[in-house]
Ligand binder design. Structure first.
Ligand code: ZN
Length: 438
C-alpha cells in the first residue's frame, strides 16, 4: 500500500532519483512476493540436495547420479519463471536472466554472443597453435609476507580504502560488501602461486571498489546497491584483465617484484616474458582455468545448453553428449570425461539458471568501458606505467559505481560508453592483443 501511494505521488514521480528508487523497490517487491512459499522451499531444498549429489557425481565421474537432480532443478526453474511472470514476447529463460542482469533479454544477448563467438573461434584456433608451456618463473617460491606486501601495494594504488575493508584468506577468493565502511575480500595464498594470487586479488579488488564507491547515503535502498551481477563482474574483469594482463601495468610492477623478491629466477625476467605468459591462449577443459579470450567460449557454451534444457529442446540425459560436441567444435579438443565436462561447475546444481551469461556479459561491459575510458583519458597507458591508477579508478567511480541501481545495466552502459552493449570493443581488444603477440 505504501509503495502504491508513493507511485501515485506526482512529487516523487518528478524527482528522477526518487522515481528510479521506487522503480527498483517495486521490482524487488514483485520478485519477492510473486514466488509462493512452497516453491521457494522446494527450490532451496532441491538445490541443497542437488549440490551434494553433484559433488559426488563429479568425484565419481558419473553423470547418471546427478541427472535426476538436474531434471528436478530444470522443472523448478520453469515453475519459478512461470510464477515470476513471463513478459509478452519473452521466454521463461528471460525471467531467470533478468534476476542477474535486469533489463536484458535473451534475444539481445544471443545477438551479441553470436557475433562474439563467430569472431573468437578462429582467433583462438590461430593463437592456440602458438601456445607455450608454463615457464618456471611463474612457480617461483616467494615468502607469503612479501607476497602480501606486494599485493596490498597494488590494492592501495587501485584506490582500495584499507580503513574501510580488509583482505583475508579463504579457499575460494570472494568479495562481500557488508555495508559502507566494511568491504571484505579474500584470497588464497601459496608460496609458488604469487602470479595467480595477484590476478585474483586485482579481480576481487575490482569488486571491492564498486562496493566502496556506492552512494553511502543510499545504503539500505536499491540506489545504494550495484546495478547487477554482470556490471559487478565487469569491474573485476577490467582490473584483472584489461589492466592486470596489460603491458603498461607490468612495466610498472615487474621491477618492483624483482627488487622485492631478489630471486635469481626473476633477475632476467622481462616485461615481454610476462606479457607473453599472462596473455597466452591455451585450450583448457576447465572454465576457471581459461584465459581471458577462451573464457567467453566456455560461458557461451553453458548459456546455449542451459537455455535448451529450460526450453525442453535438450533432454537432461543428452547433456553430456551435447556438451562434448560443442566443446570439440569451439576448442578443437575432445572432452575426456564428464567431471571435466558438464559436471565441472556448481551453478546448475545450485539452481542458478541465468547466471552463466553474466560472466561473458561482464567481459563485454569491461571491454566497452575500457574503450570509453581510454577515449576519455588519452594518457592512461602512461599513468599505468607510472603506477598511477587514480584517473581510471575515478572514471569508474563517477561513471559506474556512483549510480548504484539508478540505471538498468543496458542504460548504464549506454550512458558510460555512448552506445548499447556490443561485441566490437571486446573482440577488437582481443584481436589487437593476440596480433601483437604473434
Ligand atoms: Zn568476480
Amino acid at each position: 500500500e505504501l509503495l502504491a501511494a508513493c507511485e501515485a505521488d506526482p512529487a516523487l514521480a518528478a524527482d528522477a532519483a526518487a522515481a528510479a528508487g521506487l522503480r527498483e523497490i517495486r521490482r524487488d517487491y514483485d520478485r519477492a512476493t510473486r514466488l509462493p512459499t512452497e516453491l521457494v522451499r522446494a527450490c532451496s531444498e532441491a538445490a541443497s540436495r542437488a549440490m551434494l549429489a553433484w559433488r559426488q557425481a563429479r568425484e565419481e565421474n558419473r553423470f547418471a547420479a546427478f541427472a535426476p537432480w538436474l531434471q528436478r532443478i530444470v522443472e523448478l526453474s520453469r515453475e519459478r519463471a512461470a510464477a515470476l511472470g513471463v513478459p509478452p514476447g519473452g521466454t521463461p529463460y528471460d525471467v531467470l536472466l533478468d534476476e542477474y542482469e535486469p533489463g536484458a533479454t535473451s534475444r539481445e544477448v544471443d545477438a551479441v554472443f553470436a557475433r562474439l563467438r563467430a569472431g573468437l573461434v578462429p582467433l583462438l584456433r590461430a593463437a592456440a597453435g602458438r601456445a607455450v608451456t608454463e615457464p618456471g618463473w611463474k612457480r617461483a617460491r616467494i615468502p607469503l609476507p612479501l607476497q602480501r606486501a606486494l599485493v596490498e601495494g597494488v590494492m592501495e594504488r587501485m584506490g582500495f580504502d584499507a580503513r574501510a575493508g580488509r583482505l583475508d584468506e579463504s579457499a575460494h577468493p570472494f568479495c562481500d560488501g557488508i555495508g559502507p565502511g566494511d568491504t571484505r575480500l579474500t584470497t588464497r595464498w601459496a608460496e609458488d602461486g604469487f602470479f595467480t594470487t595477484l590476478a585474483a586479488v586485482m579481480h576481487e579488488t575490482g569488486h571491492a571498489l564498486y562496493e566502496q564507491n556506492l552512494p553511502a547515503d543510499r545504503f539500505g535502498q536499491p540506489l545504494g546497491e550495484a546495478a547487477g551481477t554482470a556490471v559487478h563482474e565487469s569491474q573485476a574483469r577490467l582490473w584483472e584483465n584489461f589492466v592486470g594482463r596489460g603491458r603498461p601495468f607490468w612495466e610498472w610492477v615487474l621491477p618492483r617484484i624483482r627488487d622485492a623478491v631478489g630471486d635469481p629466477a626473476f633477475a632476467a625476467l622481462t616485461v615481454d616474458d610476462v606479457c607473453r605468459e599472462v596473455g597466452a591462449v591455451r585450450p583448457v577443459l576447465l572454465r576457471i582455468e581459461a584465459d581471458e579470450a577462451a573464457y567467453n567460449l566456455h560461458v557461451m557454451l553453458r548459456y546455449d545448453l542451459e537455455r535448451a534444457l529450460l526450453a525442453g529442446d535438450l533432454a537432461v540425459d543428452e547433456l553430456p553428449g551435447a556438451w562434448n560436441e560443442r566443446f570439440a567444435a569451439d576448442f578443437g579438443v575432445e572432452v575426456p570425461d564428464d567431471a571435466r565436462g558438464c559436471l565441472q561447475d556448481v551453478h546448475w546444481a545450485a539452481g542458478g539458471f541465468g547466471y552463466f551469461p553474466t560472466y561473458a556479459l561482464g567481459n563485454l561491459y569491461a571491454g566497452q568501458l575500457w574503450e570509453a575510458v581510454r577515449r576519455a583519458l588519452p594518457g592512461l597507458d602512461d599513468d599505468l606505467r607510472r603506477g598511477e591508477f587514480g584517473g581510471l579508478a575515478e572514471w569508474l567511480r563517477a561513471n559506474v559505481h556512483a549510480h548504484g541501481r539508478r540505471f538498468t545495466p543496458p542504460e548504464l552502459c549506454e550512458r558510460a560508453t555512448g552506445r548499447p552493449l556490443g561485441h566490437e570493443a571486446l573482440l577488437g581488444y582481443l584481436r589487437e592483443k593476440l596480433a601483437a603477440m604473434a
